[in-house]
Design a protein around this ligand. Structure first.
Ligand code: AMP
Ligand code: ZN
Length: 493
């Protein structure tokens, strides 16, 4: 019997504003789509939080025995500056500034994104489609929306007719906004505006001569609107109606609202059963963001090269810090919070090691493992409540410390059950990693020296992808390389 049969998972659905019992459309299988990054610069820690939240959700669904198809896209075209309807493409702008091909920018930051998520131990999604790989599908959807009467063409661009759509559907239902309020709160259109109404959004934009990211279409050369790619890719791989759609809270409006409108206009049905929104990571009390410079990059945390933190922190400690907050709560990054997480992470890892070394006894155990297991699952079933789960994990840590000092005993089958459950919750579900810092063995220095040599060879051959990958993977294991005039040295983070 799969585990999901005996567990009642509840998910907070942003669409209904309520926690709902999770029932997938197809028994035993889950389709989940999460909006991925726009790959025009390094991901900051805030972006990572959202992807980590959905990685934990992906991991728990898999743990429950569901076959999960997890689609997370790469936005490599169509996302304009300031998330606006007019202006330069974020990727094209970066390409112009750095004198690169747009696809070089995309490649560089996609590789960076993958490396960082790998360090944080995120599982790869089942499918990672790109916007540029789905231009034909997007054009197809636009044609259908025009045919249904919910979009109009002006001067080589196509816009979604929000007021027309709202006559038969409810625009604004996800964000709780009313179209009448939006209309009265927005500026009036000027003569240069092509749109019939300010709420209308672009499905296709005519490419001006200087716009290099362009594709041919029946409306002339142009590029798709930002919201459209997610409708095209989610419905292509998960169907016109699927289980879960996620993203950061800041995408609820207009991005997800527009996705709903596009999908409903095309397919006549609501695309998503459970809308899930992960909350923001803040720094100095303000949203971490690329555009305001209020951010920290994961690499700056692992190396300690930043002005915010007193020391480097390892990827697993940072992940533990994130998991100590519920994914729907705002979380503020601070030195004190990371120091506390580092202590907690160490206590947890030491307890796991200590449990492995404990000799079980043939005696009744003091610790009620079944009751404890139930509480752990209840926490996760309550909308993935990882902070409560972690509180329960520390009850087990306390018990293990009693076992270690000999004040209590555990019998062999309970020991086995406790270790298996802890492994599942700590590593499989929370996605933490054992790091070598506290228990390196005597061969580690020789092995690291060998890798330093291989990395040097790679660098001499200008194979920077390999040399960076060696450095990053060692860092994920808690080993930090430092390049200096005398060569490369290493230290344990
Ligand atoms: P972007 O690359 O800007 O499209 O963002 C990628 C993802 O990161 C989106 O799901 C955003 O909602 C999310 N995101 C951006 N800033 C933050 C933040 N400060 N905290 C958490 N998630 C964020
Ligand atoms: Zn999206």
């Amino acid at each position: 019997m799969p585990l999901y049969d005996s567990q009642e998972l509840k998910i907070y659905n942003s669409l209904s504003g309520e926690k709902e019992i999770f029932t997938p459309i197809h028994e035993g299988a889950v389709g989940m789509y999460v909006c991925g990054p726009t790959v025009y610069s390094h991901v900051h820690l805030g972006n990572c939080r959202t992807f980590m939240s959905f990685d934990m959700i992906f991991r728990y669904l898999k743990h429950l025995g569901y076959k999960v198809r997890y689609v997370r896209n790469i936005t490599d075209a169509g996302h304009l500056e300031n998330d606006a309807e007019e202006g330069e493409d974020k990727i094209a702008k970066k390409a112009r500034l750095e004198q690169m091909e747009p696809m070089e920018v995309v490649q560089k930051y996609t590789v960076d994104f993958h490396n960082i998520l790998d360090l944080f131990n995120l599982l790869p999604p089942s499918i990672e489609p790109t916007a540029t790989g789905h231009i034909i599908e997007q054009i197809e959807i636009i044609k259908q929306i025009i045919d249904k009467g919910y979009a109009y063409e002006v001067n080589g661009s196509v816009y979604f007719d929000v007021q027309g759509f709202n006559k038969t559907h409810a625009y604004g239902k996800l964000s709780g906004r009313k179209l009448e309020d939006m209309i009265s709160n927005t500026r009036v259109l000027t003569a240069q505006d092509e749109k019939k109404s300010p709420q209308d959004f672009a499905l296709w934009k005519k490419a001006e001569p200087q716009h290099i990211m362009r594709w041919p279409s029946q409306w002339g050369d142009g590029f798709p609107g930002w919201h459209l790619e997610c409708t095209a890719m989610s419905t292509k791989y998960l169907g016109t109606s699927f289980d879960i759609h996620g993203g950061g809270m800041d995408l609820k409006f207009p991005h997800h609202e527009c996705e709903i409108a596009q999908a409903e206009a095309t397919n006549g049905e609501s695309p998503v059963h459970y809308w899930m929104h992960a909350n923001m990571l803040t720094l100095n009390g303000k949203k971490m963001s690329k555009s305001t410079d209020n951010n920290i990059l994961p690499g700056e945390i692992f190396t300690g090269e930043n002005n915010i933190l007193s020391k480097p922190f390892s990827p697993s400690v940072v992940r533990f810090f994130m998991m100590q907050a519920h994914y729907t709560s705002i979380l503020d990054l601070s030195n004190d919070a990371l120091l506390a997480s580092e202590k907690g992470h160490q206590r947890l890892m030491e307890a796991l090691q200590n449990l492995a070394d404990i000799e079980p006894q043939q005696c009744p155990s003091h610790f009620n493992i079944d009751a404890w297991e139930k509480k752990c699952y209840q926490a996760m079933n309550d909308d993935f409540n990882t902070p409560i789960l972690i509180a329960h994990l520390f009850e087990a840590v306390k018990e293990i410390n009693h076992l270690k000092d000999g004040s209590r005993q555990i019998n062999p089958s309970d020991k086995d059950k406790l270790s298996k459950l802890l492994q599942a919750f700590v590593f499989d579900i929370l996605g933490l990693k054992k790091e070598v810092s506290s228990n390196t063995n005597s061969q580690t220095p020789a092995l690291v020296e060998m890798l330093i040599k291989l990395r040097k060879e790679a660098r001499d051959n200008k194979d920077f992808a390999t040399s960076d990958s060696i450095r990053d993977q060692l860092l994920a294991l808690g080993i930090q390389l430092k390049d200096g005039p005398e060569g490369t040295t290493f230290s344990l983070t």
